[in-house]
Design a protein around this ligand. Structure first.
Ligand SMILES: Nc1ncnc2c1ncn2[C@@H]1O[C@H](COP(=O)(O)OP(=O)(O)OP(=O)(O)O)[C@@H](O)[C@H]1O
Ligand SMILES: [Mg+2]
Length: 358
């Protein structure tokens, strides 16, 4: 039996006090059901004074846990269906809201792009911020979302550490940095708290940052992912329709193997890999211009051919790139005429080209 049917029967097995099965409750009680591998998140709508609040969530959890594929369940109980900023639903889900559905946040962006890598520390956040800025400087309307729940770095990189977003009604308003709209879990919780989050909490945090934030929409939403192929990647692939991913790798073999793993993960969840960026590709001597291939050059470029994906460009190792991140004013906000500045501009152009051709 397919998973939708299994959920339908789980909800049908639960009888309400009036004898009706939960699946056909009027007004609707099961408002949403998002499945992410073995994790299911169910949203129930129950008025504040409903006696069902006392036992129904536990009953739903127990029934859903009977489904073989499902190992973890989170039940969210709301008083009213979320109205504002609600993601558009497909016609199939509108006619049967109790069935599992793929929600799709961020639909007000032309392109939603996740910046990923298999290995940590290869420069995802650096590439996310500077690529976003390069696009913004070319006149596109760009937002930047730091989805690295475990180690958010956007607040530091954009000089907004400790800053909390404003709230409007039930929604958070993204922070405006360097002409872009940005938000990070690091703007909401103490930095040290972020690292202990696991599984369902991660999914919920990501969903909240998407659902409860008034993302303004525009041309690009760039999402900075944590390293690896874990919970956040899967949650995002369930919660938004990603246009595609950009994989960052250094030229070394170990980093490349991980980049290939990351790319395979995206392929598995049917997300296009738009291209590969080779970071820390070489060191260009600021005095004589000589280029030294510290991590051996062209590895990512060769891998992109192997992986049948575009090579978007190579970024040199440059002191101003590192300094920009540490000082909270990214390289691309500094108007320098450096090799890395040229590289980020080229990568932005290549990405636009890939999207236009795609
Ligand atoms: N091209 C570069 N030249 C110089 N320094 C760089 C370059 N790219 C990244 N760095 C530096 O390397 C460090 C790691 O980069 P960054 O934080 O962007 O990696 P990451 O892949 O996002 O890491 P994590 O996996 O921890 O999220 C940072 O100090 C950053 O400033
Ligand atoms: Mg990072």
């Amino acid at each position: 039996m397919d998973i939708e049917k299994q959920f339908e029967s789980a909800f049908a097995r639960i009888a309400l006090p009036n004898g009706q099965p939960l699946s056909s409750a009027e007004p609707e009680i099961v408002h949403g059901c998002v499945i992410n591998n073995d994790f299911a998140k169910i949203t129930l709508i129950l008025p504040e004074d409903s006696p069902l609040r006392g036992y129904l969530p536990a009953q739903v959890e127990a029934e859903v846990k009977q489904i073989e594929q499902i190992g973890r369940v989170a039940i969210e109980v709301l008083t009213d269906p979320p109205v504002e900023n609600e993601p558009p639903q497909t016609s199939a889900t509108q006619s049967a809201p109790q069935q599992p559905k793929r929600t799709a946040y961020l639909q007000n962006y032309e392109a939603v792009i996740a910046v990923a890598s298999g290995k940590g520390g290869v420069g995802k956040s650096t590439v996310s911020v500077n690529l976003a800025l390069a696009l913004s400087q070319k006149g596109y309307k760009v937002s930047l979302f730091d989805a690295d729940i475990y180690g958010p770095s956007l607040p530091i990189m954009t000089g907004r550490r400790g800053e909390k977003p404003s709230v409007s009604g039930n929604h958070l308003l993204p922070i405006e940095s360097f002409g872009m709209h940005t938000l990070s879990i690091g703007n909401l919780v103490e930095e040290n708290n972020a690292v202990i989050w696991r599984g369902p909490m991660v999914h919920q945090a990501i969903e909240q940052l998407l659902r409860d934030t008034k993302w303004p929409g525009g041309d690009f939403m760039i999402i900075d992912l944590p390293p690896g192929t874990g919970d956040v990647q899967l949650s995002l692939s369930q919660l938004c329709e990603l246009t595609g991913s950009v994989i960052v790798s250094t030229p070394q073999d170990v980093a490349l193997i991980d980049a290939i793993k990351a790319s395979q993960m995206f392929t598995k969840v049917e997300i296009d890999v738009l291209g590969i960026v080779e970071n820390m590709s070489f060191f260009a001597c600021p005095k004589c211009g000589e280029e030294t291939p510290i991590f051996s050059r062209h590895g990512a470029e060769n891998a992109s051919a192997q992986m049948n994906t575009q090579f978007l460009g190579a970024i040199p190792i440059e002191m101003d790139v590192r300094k920009g991140g540490d000082d909270g004013k990214p390289l691309m906000a500094r108007n320098l005429d450096s090799p890395a500045t040229v590289a980020f501009n080229k990568i932005a152009d290549n990405l636009v080209k890939v999207l236009e051709e795609g």
